[in-house]
Structures are given as C-alpha cells and as structure tokens.
Write a protein that binds this ligand. Structure first.
Ligand SMILES: Cc1cc2nc3c(=O)[nH]c(=O)nc-3n(C[C@H](O)[C@H](O)[C@H](O)COP(=O)(O)OP(=O)(O)OC[C@H]3O[C@@H](n4cnc5c(N)ncnc54)[C@H](O)[C@@H]3O)c2cc1C
Length: 299
C-alpha cells in the first residue's frame, strides 16, 4: 500500500494551499477531492489579491497547476470514506476506489449550506442570491435587494450590514415572526420587512426578478442574500476521536492541530462557518507549517 507523509482531504483553497506548502517542503502528499467545493455554484470569486473576479473553476485549475509542479504531490478525484488509526500510529485512508497509508491527515473538507424551505431557491444561489455581502455585495450595489432570513438576530446584524451596499433592502422572514423591537430597529434603518411566507422566487436562469408571497403579493427584486445554516458533511474527526466542543466544532489550535496526534484541520470545516478563499488558504498554509514542524520535531 502506498504511504504518504500527509493525506489532504479536500482541494478547496485550504487543502490546495496546504498541499503547496507541503510540496515545497519535499513532503509526499496525496490530495483528494470530490468536486463539492462550496463556491462551485458561482461564476466569480472576489477579494483575493491578483484573482479578484476569477471563476472558481479557473482558481482551482491554476491552483492545481501550482501545486502539481512539485513532484512529491499527487492529486486524485476520489471521495474519502473512512480513516482509521493503525497500531503503528499511521492512518489507513479508504476512498471509494482505493486504500492508502499516511503519517498525517489534514481535514479540509469545507462545509455545505442548508437553505430555508423555499421551492427552487438553490437555482438562484451563486447567480443572483448570495450568502456573503463582502464576496458579492459590490456587484449588487445600489440595487433593490432582498435578504431572506428567518432568524431575528441574524436579520438585525446582517440587515444593517447589507446597507453598506444598498439602501433599498427588503427583509423577507418567510413567515417567521420578529419582535416589535427588531421591527422598529430595522424600520429605523430604512429597511422594509415582510413576515409573510414566501410562495416562490420568480426569475429566469437564476436571475431573480421578484419574490411572490403566499397572499399573491409580488415584490420586484434584482437579487440579494439568503441566510443559510452550515453543516459539516462528514464524521472524519469523530472517526479519529478528535475532541469536539459543545457546538460540534473540532477543537484545534490556531495552526489546526487537533487533540489527536497527526490529525489537522483547516478551512471552513474547522469552525463550521463561512469564511473566504483567502482566509481558508491562509489556514491551509498554517496547518502545513504545523505538519512539517511536528514531523521534524518527532523525528
Ligand atoms: C455563492 C458563493 C460565493 C462565494 N464567493 C466568494 C468570493 O467571492 N470570495 C471568497 O473569498 N469566497 C467566496 N465564497 C466562499 C468560498 O467558497 C469559501 O470560503 C471557500 O471555498 C472555503 O474553502 P475550503 O477549502 O474551506 O472549502 P471548499 O472550497 O468548500 O473545499 C472543500 C473541498 O473538500 C472536498 N471534499 C469534501 N468531502 C470530501 C471527501 N469525503 N472526499 C474528498 N473530497 C472531499 C469538496 O469536494 C471540496 O472541494 C463563496 C461561496 C459561495 C457559496
């Protein structure tokens, strides 16, 4: 069975940047990915120096070209299914197609969204409905926007934030009742609010045109944001008996070292919360340094 210094699970920004630094440290790396990167639905990524506006597919292609320049790094499009620690402290990594051995593991598997239950909402996601105003607010500046949000605290926090990009904002709670105080605060900020259930989103090819409520009322909107929940869609950390906190996050230090020797985490999967390409990449870089330092010191 082929043995590696590190198996990196996930070729998003975190796993790719970690693989780059590991490759540049002459480490033998296997990078796995199953093409479920969170930003695959969108056409443009913003806010990464020298790559502002790049398509996610191009970002990945260019990143892989950088990473695979280093001869000790391999890349496979396979889904990792199971990881077990062996008696000699190495790990057995099983994928849908094969099995490998490795001294260390980097979990960089990202997160996935859970949307409010609104028919066809996902077909608008990444095209005219987004989750992060820092990523996609600028392109929607000064437009009539909607923020679909069922949670009052999130509505207060992010509703005010979105006003940096537009002062024509409708908050749609999809039938969830907000308190009088919350409504007063949002109204004072000039934000319109509808607490009616949403019947459907109206538009074409992912471009939102209007929100239709159950009453039949329709409000025109050019796009906007949706408040989603985020989940980690694998239990590798649990399989490896990593310590978790009460929020279900993997407990790790700032370089991604988990409670289990040889197991590291980077990117959005660590805290189960959204970040950005450049932040995930930086976490991958830091985890790679930790892996190399720990292997050096354990020698
Ligand atoms: C609509 C939208 C727009 C966005 N716009 C921007 C933007 O403009 N600028 C910006 O900086 N960020 C943007 N983001 C956020 C950005 O996509 C994330 O911050 C970033 O992708 C996180 O990187 P990551 O490496 O943690 O996870 P991901 O990029 O999600 O990568 C995780 C990878 O792990 C793989 N994986 C998971 N499980 C397995 C397994 N079992 N086996 C093998 N592989 C596995 C997945 O296939 C995936 O490729 C946007 C996100 C969305 C949804």
């Amino acid at each position: 069975m082929e043995k590696f210094n590190c198996v990196v699970i996930g070729a998003g920004a975190a796993g790719l940047n970690a693989s780059l630094v590991l490759g540049r440290s002459h480490k033998k790396v296997m990078l796995f990915d199953n093409q479920q990167n969170r930003n695959r639905v969108t056409q443009e990524s913003h806010g990464f120096l020298t790559r502002d506006g790049i398509a996610p597919a191009s970002f990945k292609k260019l990143s892989l070209e950088d990473v695979l320049k280093y001869p000790t790094v391999q890349y496979e499009e396979q889904t990792v299914t199971c990881i077990t620690r062996q008696d000699d402290d190495t790990f057995k990594v099983e994928t849908t197609e094969s099995t490998f051995l490795t001294e260390t593991i980097l979990i960089a598997t990202g997160v996935q969204e859970e949307f409010p239950a609104i028919t066809n909402i996902y077909s608008y996601y990444g095209k005219s409905l987004f989750s992060c105003p820092f990523c996609d607010g600028y392109e929607n500046s000064h437009q009539p926007l909607v923020f679909i949000v069922e949670d009052e605290a999130h509505a207060l926090m992010k509703g005010k934030l979105i006003q940096n990009w537009t002062n024509n904002l409708l908050i749609a709670t999809n039938g969830h009742e907000f308190s009088k105080e919350a409504l007063n605060t949002l109204t004072a900020y000039g934000i319109e609010i509808s607490m009616e259930p949403i019947k459907q989103l109206i538009g074409e090819d992912g471009q939102l045109q209007a929100i239709q409520f159950l009453s039949g009322q329709q409000i025109e909107r050019a796009g906007g944001f949706v408040d989603t929940k985020f989940i980690r869609k694998n239990d590798f950390a649990e399989q490896l008996k990593c310590e978790m906190n009460e929020l279900g996050e993997i407990v790790a230090d700032e370089s991604g070292r988990t409670s289990q020797k040889g197991v590291y985490v980077a990117g959005e999967t660590a805290k189960i919360e959204p970040s950005s390409l450049i932040m995930a990449a930086a976490e991958g870089y830091k985890a790679a340094i930790a892996i190399v330092l720990d292997q050096t010191n354990n020698r």
